[in-house]
Write a protein that binds this ligand. Structure first.
Ligand code: MF3
Ligand code: CO
Length: 250
């Protein structure tokens, strides 16, 4: 399938969708504290999205039962919020969310520390973030998609972390998941050529230990097989002739 190239009008709608989502995240980040349940975070996020007059795009997506994915410690992504799952000092929590504004989707994720966290957890979060920025240095018109994948891999590999291979980034627009798929590990081929007006969700998921993941019996929660911590960093970006525009930054 072809990768959609957005018109100026569509890009404006994507910008607004992403700006509203970034605002939601800014408020969620402030709210993350020991003692809060993962369901409290979901409920706050859901409320903030709807207060903008938007709709959470994750809710009921392929049957996903919540508005915000809340993944704690060895949970990689798609953690389901529970009222009896209480965040503890020293946990790390990955929040992943998106919304629909006038038919246009946004998607982003961050991993936050709960209170004081270990130095190794802090480094995992920081290096995951850095790999996103190293990856998108390659994200410009005329380059190839897998230049991004290769740059993320090169950023992470020296640290010996596991790059999750079972989940990838994606195009985004009038649907949450559009073509292309964007792996976070090195590729042999170059992939499709990037064009100005493409909007992509680039989202490295990095494990402190091995790359392998497994699915819990709830059919959603993805966890590291070796029980090691995992971090996630995602933004929706716009490809231009020059530097990419990071639409979900705050
Ligand atoms: N945020 C995920 C992604 O980045 C999608 C989550 S879909 C849900 O692609 F159903 F789990 F919410
Ligand atoms: Co995504």
């Amino acid at each position: 399938m072809a990768i959609s190239v957005k018109s100026e009008r569509e890009i404006e709608l994507m910008r607004m969708s992403c700006k509203l989502l970034a605002d939601v995240f800014q408020n969620l980040e402030k709210a993350v504290k020991p003692g809060m349940s993962t369901m409290d975070i979901n409920n706050l996020g859901d409320k903030l999205i709807r207060a903008h007059g938007c709709v959470p795009n994750f809710l009921n997506y392929n049957g996903y039962p919540a508005s915000i994915c809340v993944s704690v410690n060895d949970e990689v992504v798609h953690g389901i919020p529970h009222k009896d799952h209480i965040l503890q000092e020293g946990d790390i929590v990955s929040l992943d969310a998106g919304l629909i504004y006038k038919g246009y989707h946004s998607d982003m994720a961050r991993t936050f520390g709960v209170g004081e966290i270990s130095e190794e957890a802090r480094l995992l979060i920081e290096r995951t973030r850095q790999s996103f920025f190293d990856g998108i240095k390659m994200a410009k018109a005329g380059n190839h998609l897998f230049d991004i994948s290769n740059a993320i891999d090169a950023s992470i590999s020296p640290h010996g972390y596991g790059i999750v291979r079972d989940l990838v980034g994606h195009g985004i627009g009038t649907k949450l998941h559009e073509d292309p798929q964007i792996p976070n590990f090195a590729q042999r081929r170059r992939g499709p050529k990037l064009q100005a007006g493409m909007t992509l969700a680039v989202e490295p998921m990095i494990n402190m230990g091995r790359a392998d993941v497994e699915w819990l019996d709830d059919d959603w929660t993805v966890v590291t097989e070796d029980g090691s911590l995992s971090a996630h960093y995602e933004n929706t970006i716009l490809i231009t002739e020059g530097e990419p525009e990071i639409l979900t930054l705050y």
